[in-house]
Design a binder for this molecule. Sequence first.
Ligand SMILES: [Mg+2]
Length: 401
Amino acid sequence: MDRVILHCDMNSFYASVELLDHPDLRDRPVAVCGDPESRHGVILAKNEGAKAFGVRTAETVWQARRKCPELVLLPSHREKYVYYSKKINAIYERYTDLVEPFSIDESWLDLTGSLHLFGGDAKQVADEIRKRVRAETGLTLSAGVSFNKVFAKMGSDYKKPDATTVISRENFRDLLWPLPVSALLFVGRAAERTLAEHGVHTIGDLAVTDRAVLMRLLGKAGATLRAYADGSEHSPVVPLRDQPPPKSVGNGCTFPQNLTGWEELRSGAAGLADSVAERLRQVGMKCTTVQVTIRDPQFRDICRQRRLEAPTFVTRDILEAACALIHAAWRPDAPVRALTITAQNLLPEGEAAEQLDLFAVNASQRRAKLEKLERAVDGVRQKYGHDALSLASAARGEEKR
Ligand SMILES: [Mg+2]
């Protein structure tokens, strides 16, 4: 029996969340960006109105304004997106315990085992989920229904906003095969170019090209993409709780304006260290190595790493290690365009016992205190939202003393 897979994709998620607080702007072209005051701020999301003017994600405010002078810019609020994402996934979980978030605003649901509880018609259930999400959050989504994950995702892309598309064994050739290969999940520019050179332009072309030929052109990815195109992809929907623990946890940021000087660099690093440590605590892992990647305005990267004295998931330990790396590798007056902090060599919390020696006793007591404090912060944030407490600024305050 075929599986019943749903892919739900929120429509213009960031922009729609921001517009909940500005209903009067709903019919105007609106974009969300990091720093609306800066011409060099980057567009993170836009609504349908802005899309109609050709405003694109990742371009600068200045470029977007040139296409659409009346564009309304709103600042972004990460904590709101996380809040709504959790709320929406909780709605999905009323329909199945197999919910796999793909990004902050997209999830797969495997309804195979629970469909009969909700009437047995997958399209009707998808429509009901769209209505529920809209009623409880004010946000709309597009849903795709199919017999595998890739086609379900293509279904949610097929008609936007606020629609359900069923991709069945009967109609997938008609609906999907005429689309360009670039519409397929994970087909990047390079693969698209290689395929085009060999006369493979549409998903249908890809689906009927010899598998061995594709593997010669694209390696293993060739076989994967062929399975995506011909409908034989069959990977399971894996909820977060069943996914293997991460090998590393990283967070990076391209700053709206280049950072210069230790103070700016430290405050840039503090936000990143905070989110990396929080994520480590969420997954119950400690890191023994911290890596920092620094990008200059010419897009040159340097990458440094350091082993820690003891495994940690404490913000301040990660921040101190990152700052030491930056200090050792960077001139304070040289501008930084982007920073990434990655926690590596992860150990499950329980296995990360420190080798205690006489001199480390104090350090380990100090760490135990910090762990307790930061766990408490996680608790407060869970209850009251991410910005209720900022460890990053706490850590900065500590430094000045
Ligand atoms: Mg979306």
